[in-house]
Design a protein around this ligand. Structure first.
Ligand code: ZN
Length: 431
């Protein structure tokens, strides 16, 4: 890890700590407050899609307003309190105020016997209902009741909010980074993705970009579907993308392939992971997961892969109160960000080139591009130039050359840049 990495990791942790307490959902003020917090780092545009608007086969749901929720025992003491932890309430719960026996309350309770001190995360987006999540320890101590139950919530005609940040490059062709924004107080899933994508966007503002880059922060599933349905013009310009989520835990990075399995992004991410010394963990596409599956639906058919650390369901703390700020580290966040930056570096420079002196090997020594002392072993530096010159016939991109030669993309790109400067190479097209 380089010396600059830790401060950025710490900065991302600070952002996550600030937004951790907010009660996000698929709609509502918690999402807007989160987007405004990200907007402190990048010039984020907040879009709103009205309740009831069609979104392909779906409809934009009502906005959830949550003010308070609790369960009180017979002595009036709060036994479960939403204001203590927003996971205590099943997300998107309908309003209720009633008194129930223990038996009648039971179907509305969720706990994890195997982890008695963790609160589970549950939602009821598409089924009108209410419920409470509590630790098994709390549940065991509830007593017989009766219980006064109160959920002070509303479902109103409002809108679904999303954040968007667009960085124009030389080309109007776009690359998308998508991160879901709908989870309440859960750190790795999904605050880490928000932090990494926000800091990636901020870092890219410093670069001269070939492609245009679009960052979208929206709820899972309904968010990406609604965003696509209402931004058909933008989808037309997308060439590839990455869903970048669950990037802060201490597990290894892993890449999930696009539905095409052999798209450019499917080759770029493993190359970058290998070059940065990571084990190359690649999962095949599956139509389940996060928003990559919406971009990979047959009518959209965009090559959008997914970068995570411990993936969905792949760690015991997943979707529980134990997915908290202790689960994520500055170092993991910083390395995830560095990997994303290097992925962009490859996306933005992977072009086709032509050797301008293709008859025999050009004389590199005369141009100061080759070691002066004969008889020495040819180094990676020279090998990179020889590979580029040999393969630069307009049909092999720099990434193709890196993969075929076994050299790093970084070396191949540097060699191409030297050969360009020496007039031995010319750009023949983008990938
Ligand atoms: Zn999740």
């Amino acid at each position: 890890m380089n010396r600059e990495a830790r401060p950025r990791g710490e900065e991302m942790l600070t952002l996550m700590r600030d937004i951790y307490p907010l009660c996000r959902s698929i709609t509502g003020e918690g999402v807007r407050e989160t987007l405004r917090a990200l907007g402190q780092h990048i010039d984020l545009t907040i879009g709103e899609i009205a309740t009831g608007e069609p979104a392909f086969d779906w409809q934009v749901p009502q906005e959830w307003v949550i003010r308070d929720a609790w369960i009180k025992g017979p002595d009036g003491r709060k036994l479960v309190d939403f204001t203590e932890h927003n996971l205590h309430l099943v997300n998107y719960s309908a309003p209720v105020h009633t008194t129930l026996s223990r038996a009648d309350l039971e179907p509305h309770l969720h706990s994890l016997p195997e982890h008695p001190d963790w609160i589970p995360y549950r939602t009821t987006y598409y089924h009108q209902g209410w419920g409470f999540c509590l630790t098994q320890t709390q549940r065991d101590a509830l007593g017989d009741g009766p219980f006064e139950v109160m959920v002070d919530s509303d479902h109103i005609d409002g809108s679904l909010s999303y954040g968007e940040y667009f960085l124009p490059g030389a080309s109007s062709e776009e690359v998308i980074f998508y991160s879901h924004v709908c989870h309440p107080s859960l750190a790795n899933d999904n605050l880490s993705g928000l932090a990494v994508c926000t800091f990636l966007a901020a870092a890219l503002t410093q670069r001269d970009l070939h492609y245009s880059y679009r960052f979208v922060f929206a709820p899972g599933t309904i968010g990406s579907i609604s965003w696509m349905a209402h931004n058909r013009d933008k989808i037309r310009n997308l060439r590839l993308g990455l869903v970048a989520v669950l990037l802060g835990d201490r597990g290894p990075l892993r890449y999930k392939q696009t539905r095409f399995a052999d798209a450019q992004i499917d080759r770029i991410v493993p190359q970058v992971l290998a070059e940065r010394g990571h084990d190359v963990i690649v999962e095949p596409f599956s139509p389940y997961g996060y928003d990559e599956r919406q971009f990979g639906s047959p009518g959209i058919a965009l090559p959008v892969g997914r970068l995570t650390r411990s993936a969905q369901g792949g760690y015991p703390q997943y979707h529980t109160s134990a997915d908290n700020m202790d689960l994520v580290s500055a170092q993991s966040l910083a390395e995830s960000l560095a990997v994303c930056e290097q992925i962009v570096d490859v996306i933005d420079s992977d072009f086709y080139y032509l050797n301008t002196a293709p008859l025999g090997e050009p004389q590199l020594g005369r141009r100061g591009l080759y070691g002066n002392t004969g008889g020495q072993k040819v180094g990676d530096w020279e090998m990179a130039m020889l590979w580029v010159l040999n393969q630069a016939d307009g049909t092999n991109s720099l990434l193709d050359i890196a993969i075929r030669s076994g050299l790093s993309y970084t070396e191949v790109k540097a060699a191409a840049s030297n050969l360009l400067a020496a007039g031995l190479l010319e750009k023949s097209g983008s990938t």
